[in-house]
Write a protein that binds this ligand. Structure first.
Ligand SMILES: *[C@@H]1O[C@H](CO)[C@@H](O)[C@H](O)[C@H]1NC(C)=O
Ligand SMILES: *[C@@H]1O[C@H](CO)[C@@H](O)[C@H](O)[C@H]1NC(C)=O
Ligand SMILES: *[C@@H]1O[C@H](CO)[C@@H](O)[C@H](O)[C@H]1NC(C)=O
Ligand SMILES: *[C@@H]1O[C@H](CO)[C@@H](O)[C@H](O)[C@H]1NC(C)=O
Length: 178
């Protein structure tokens, strides 16, 4: 119930303010970072986004697929992404630190599941970048959530419905917020 109310508030905020800094067409944006923020409109400086958090890859138990989690200042580096055929792509070391792979989001992103990236070829997905910066699923930017995950990390879900989940937008940005 609380999540639904917050999602409605987020959607209203998005409609109320046209984005002052529309970016290049999604197809032109490469090697971007993904950040979470409670703000819909983009900013020239990602540090200025409301409640902004950087994201990084996370495989809590050396599982094959990476999850995406928020990460505080003090990280070593952040993953960069491209988006083609409705899938995200990012270069990363393989399971247990062996090999280098282009990880791909796992095709159609579905409600109640983590955003996952696998070291395998994947079928075309349903992700997009609205106005060149807002990460969407099936054209919708409202539905991303940050939920409590393993090892006390905060993990990105599409329509996570656990009581720990809070709604967020995900922006593609060129520079890290911190
Ligand atoms: C972005 O904003 C942060 C925080 O206000 C500031 O420290 C930084 O210098 C700004 N970066 C640019 C490129 O303006
Ligand atoms: C993303 O696109 C850029 C520009 O085409 C390319 O240099 C980079 O290797 C790509 N990254 C991945 C993970 O595919
Ligand atoms: C991920 O997808 C890209 C683009 O479709 C492909 O080139 C790459 O080989 C895939 N990664 C793996 C590990 O198969
Ligand atoms: C959360 O989603 C799962 C999977 O879709 C569903 O089985 C469960 O009933 C949902 N829980 C709530 C509280 O909506």
């Amino acid at each position: 119930m609380r999540t639904t109310t917050l999602l409605t508030a987020l959607a209203a905020a998005c409609l109320a303010a046209a984005s002052p800094y529309p970016r290049a067409a999604a197809a032109d944006l490469t090697d971007f970072l993904l950040v979470t923020t409670t703000q819909c409109p983009s900013t020239a400086n990602s540090s200025a986004l409301a409640n902004v958090a950087a994201t990084s890859l996370f495989d809590p138990y050396d599982q094959q697929n990476y999850l995406l989690r928020t990460i505080d200042a003090g990280y070593g580096s952040l993953p960069t992404f491209n988006l083609t055929s409705g899938d995200l792509h990012t270069a990363a070391v393989g399971p247990e630190g062996v090999g280098n792979y282009v990880y791909n989001s796992t095709g159609t992103v579905t409600a109640g599941q983590e955003l996952q990236l696998s070291p395998a070829a994947e079928s075309a997905g349903n992700l997009g970048l609205k106005d060149g910066y807002l990460l969407t699923v099936g054209g919708l930017e409202v539905g991303w959530t940050i939920c409590d995950g393993a090892l006390e990390q905060h993990v990105i879900y599409w329509k996570g419905n656990a009581s720990s989940c809070t709604p967020t937008y995900i922006h593609a940005v060129a520079k890290a917020p911190y």
